[in-house]
Design a protein around this ligand. Structure first.
Ligand SMILES: Nc1nc2c(c(=O)[nH]1)N[C@H]1C(S)=C(S)[C@@H](COP(=O)(O)OP(=O)(O)OC[C@H]3O[C@@H](n4cnc5c(=O)[nH]c(N)nc54)[C@H](O)[C@@H]3O)O[C@H]1N2
Ligand SMILES: Nc1nc2c(c(=O)[nH]1)N[C@H]1C(S)=C(S)[C@@H](COP(=O)(O)OP(=O)(O)OC[C@H]3O[C@@H](n4cnc5c(=O)[nH]c(N)nc54)[C@H](O)[C@@H]3O)O[C@H]1N2
Ligand code: SF4
Ligand SMILES: [Mo]
Length: 751
């Protein structure tokens, strides 16, 4: 190639869970000239949404941080990396000396699930911190899915996904993939896959309090009262048992404990018992139950709208249970477990049996909430910072998170961050959360990092993998994101600001290899650790690339360092820049089970107990108005509002109100409504629409920019308001600790 020619490279988009392949054209000046969908990507086949091409604008955004910032006299100033590390060391050393390690905390945000460095190395940082105060965006998101899957099948990663490409009937609750592009069901061009179900004569039914774009593009919209999906799903099960149409597959029935308990638990939830509370007519409930069982194959899928509510875990469990009872569990066209190329908890250890899943190794200090997945609910983060006593949180690390925008009772958390003695953020913007940090350590831009969707491929609708090398070279002094995390680990271990990240990295891979060769269920059991380490470190490979090679080689399709000639390794990935496709999902039970019983626990005691609470909710008085959220295609949680091409036009932070409610509260189009909850109040412009159910007001999350001390010029122009000022930190799903972000009782008043 002459040096006047453009070059073309391929990279997976890291912005949402769809993992679309991008074709990126770079000119000789090393500028991105074009980004479009990679037609040859084995999974996305050229599909791309309006956000994908904005990796260019994101990279070029002048507000994106390119040097570390340190707060001096209340103002963030640029410093060298050496200076920043010294500041980090000083800050942590002081806090630990004054209060001990129990005063340290960390919050990990959503982009960690989309970035290879954090996926591999935050654990080292957290371990070095030596504190149990670990929080993440999981507890404002999907932790109920991990808990339900964990109890039933044995690992937190045992989350079945709907087999979109083969199903004949999809029942979707609380998900809007036309806007979100899907979640815990990685499927590029989710909309196209939905239309394919319809094109092959199948049916798609959407349960949502809003008539979303997904609902509009489906066969049927079922309008539900927010927070009542557990009642609806229990009634579906009731009908299936009562009418004798339940048809658990003999193979699954022979592996299942607790089917009789399940039948008894759903018995009280007849359609007539739940119709008033759910707002769904009895005949609709009966018909959908029959359709789910009669379809050649069917899949039930639930996401944010059913996870971020009071019955989040029970809902996640009911989704799994429905797929079992309709006879579609672990079956093509039903709900299945992925076999990811880099392995997961469901592919490691002894096939068919395991330690199982438990919560409650430790409890939060102030309100005694159980640990889940090594974390406490982020809803209690503020009280842990604000309540005096031993182990009160005095210092925080945030990595790729904006909890001031994205977690409940935001005002309180904002105040709590402001009162910390020391705070470090690994982030690319000076935003609502990082403005509180004493030191901000910028990660490189997405185009400067390598990429592999370790987490998201665990929940994909095909068994695929795709590795991307960095598109652009980062500046010489800019550390990679994994190096930032390992440096933090070293400093937290007491090794000092000068510690050698390369040594820490070498130790981590050596420990992983040593443990694998000593493990009888590993494909490299009994091999020589030094030989493996040598093979891994060829061409000077280290960090994320070396660790990924290791994971792929010992994964379910792995080359195992020469044992499996056609097996997967990083070299195979590099030779296939459009990805590697190992085919559709295959049945995996009983092999995938990791419960102590070696059986599917259909009726875990924790869930049986919560069914009593669900029944009691039938007679709980309901608020006249409740708040729900919504996502829009051109937005991405709180952090992409600084990209002009995305925020221009109609994208905005408004309250959707039904015409009848608008009339009741004296609201007109464009007027301002004051929405008030137990914990706060916001003023939002009104959009009147019958796409939202009566009694429901919808405000998107992630807005409320332009606060003092932030540096996001474009976002500040169209600031919006933060809907999490309204969500209540005292309302959590008791089984998972997940925050309640939907079905919030509110009152409305014209301003
Ligand atoms: N009311 C309401 N609240 C919600 C939700 C809802 O539906 N309703 N949804 C919840 C859900 S599902 C989620 S996942 C959470 C998200 O919660 P968070 O993860 O806390 O919030 P984000 O807005 O995703 O913030 C991401 C942060 O990462 C930074 N960032 C972006 N790219 C990178 C990178 O490559 N490296 C690093 N180090 N930083 C980066 C951004 O600048 C930003 O500060 O919000 C939750 N909050
Ligand atoms: N464009 C865009 N894409 C994104 C994101 C984004 O912010 N913007 N965020 C990413 C993240 S972090 C995630 S986790 C995924 C989430 O992906 P999805 O789960 O698809 O999330 P939403 O689009 O918020 O859809 C949730 C739906 O639940 C409905 N709902 C609210 N309450 C209830 C209820 O009680 N019952 C029922 N049945 N429905 C209810 C809402 O009206 C909404 O339509 O999206 C990811 N993709
Ligand atoms: S759908 Fe998601 S992964 Fe695909 S281009 Fe859009 S943001 Fe990127
Ligand atoms: Mo999320």
């Amino acid at each position: 190639m002459s040096d006047t020619a453009n070059r073309t490279v391929f990279r997976t988009c890291p912005l949402c869970e769809a993992t679309c392949g991008l074709e990126i054209t770079v000119n000789p000046q090393e500028q991105v000239v074009r980004i479009r969908g990679d037609q040859k990507d084995v999974f996305s086949h050229g599909f791309i949404c309006p956000k994908g091409s904005t990796l260019k604008q994101l990279h070029e955004d002048p507000d994106r941080l390119r040097a570390p910032l340190v707060k001096r006299n209340g103002v963030h100033v640029e410093v060298t990396w050496d200076e920043a590390w010294r500041e980090v060391e000083r800050g942590f050393t002081d806090v630990i000396a004054r209060h001990g390690r129990g005063a340290l905390s960390a919050y990990l945000g959503n982009p960690n699930a989309h970035n290879l460095g954090p996926q591999m190395y935050t654990s080292a940082m957290l371990k070095s911190m030596g504190s149990r105060n670990i929080f993440s965006a999981s507890s404002v998101d999907q932790v109920p899915m991990h808990v339900a899957g964990g109890y039933m099948f044995g690992t937190a990663q045992s989350i079945p996904v709907p087999d979109l490409d083969h199903t004949d009937y999809l029942l979707m609750l609380g998900a809007n993939p036309y806007a979100s592009n899907g979640s815990l069901c990685t499927a590029p061009d989710y909309p196209g896959r939905i239309q394919a179900i319809r094109a092959r004569g199948g049916k798609v039914v959407v349960v949502d309090p809003r008539r979303t774009k997904t609902a509009e593009e489906s066969d049927e919209w079922v309008s539900i009262r927010p927070g009542t999906d557990g009642l609806f799903m229990s009634a579906l099960l009731h009908v299936m048992f009562a009418e004798g149409i339940a048809k658990v597959e003999p193979r699954i029935a022979s592996l299942a404990n607790g089917l009789d308990e399940l039948k008894a638990a759903v018995a009280p939830f007849s359609p007539s018992a739940v119709t008033a509370m759910t707002g769904i007519p009895e005949d609709v409930i009966v018909r959908i139950a029959r359709e789910l069982c009669a379809a050649p194959t069917s899949a039930v899928y639930g996401r944010i709208g059913v996870n971020t509510v009071s019955f989040g875990t029970t809902n996640a469990w009911l989704v799994n249970v429905l797929n079992i009872v309709t006879g579609n569990f672990d079956k093509r066209g039903g709900a299945m477990l992925t076999t990811p190329l880099a392995g997961s908890a469901t592919t490691r250890g002894t096939a068919g049996k395991g330690k199982g899943f438990a919560t409650g190794r430790g409890h939060s200090r102030v309100s005694n909430k159980p640990e889940v997945l090594g974390e406490y609910p982020v809803a209690v983060l503020a009280e842990e910072m604000l309540t005096p006593g031993e182990n009160q949180i005095r210092a925080a690390i945030t990595v790729g998170g904006n909890p001031v925008m994205s977690t409940p009772h935001s005002h309180q958390l904002d105040t709590a961050f402001a009162g910390l003695e020391f705070m470090v953020s690994v982030d690319i913007y000076l935003n609502e959360t990082t403005r509180h940090a004493d030191v901000i350590l910028p990660s490189p831009s997405a185009l400067e990092k390598d990429h592999y969707d370790l987490g998201l491929y665990t929940y994909a609708v095909r068994n695929v993998g795709n590795y991307s090398q960095p598109v652009l070279k980062k500046s010489d002094d800019q550390p990679d994101e994994w190096e930032i995390l390992l440096k933090l680990a070293g400093i937290l271990q007491g090794l000092g600001a000068e510690c050698d990240v390369a040594v820490i990295d070498d130790n981590i891979i050596a420990a992983a290899v040593t443990s694998a060769v000593a493990n009888s269920s590993s494909p490299i059991s009994g091999r020589d650790a030094d030989e493996i380490l040598e093979l891994l470190s060829k061409d000077g490979r280290r960090g994320t690339a070396r660790m990924l090679d290791f994971m792929l080689q010992v994964g379910p399709y792995g080359a195992a360092f020469g044992t499996n000639a056609n097996g997967i390794s990083l070299d195979v990935m590099l030779a296939n820049p459009h990805g590697v496709d190992m085919g559709p999902l295959e049945p995996r039970f009983p092999e995938a089970l990791r419960t102590p019983s070696g059986r599917i626990e259909v009726s875990p005691p924790q869930l049986m107990e919560d069914m009593k609470r669900l029944y009691a909710s039938l007679s709980t008085p309901q608020s006249d108005m409740v708040l729900v959220g919504r996502r829009e295609l051109k937005s991405n949680n709180s952090w992409m509002h600084n990209i002009k091409v995305l925020t221009k036009g109609s994208l905005s932070c408004t309250a959707h109100v039904h015409p009848h409610d608008a009339q009741r509260f004296g609201l007109s189009e464009g007027s301002v409504v004051r929405i008030t909850s137990r914990v706060g109040s916001i003023d939002v412009p009104v959009e009147i629409t019958d796409a939202v159910r009566q009694g429901v007001v919808s405000v998107p999350h992630g807005w409320g920019h332009g606060v003092p001390g932030t540096r996001m010029g474009v976002a500040a122009e169209k600031a919006g308001v933060n809907s999490n000022i309204l969500t209540d930190d005292k309302e959590i799903d008791p089984l998972s600790g997940n925050a309640v972000l939907n079905a919030i009782p509110v009152t409305l008043a014209a301003v």
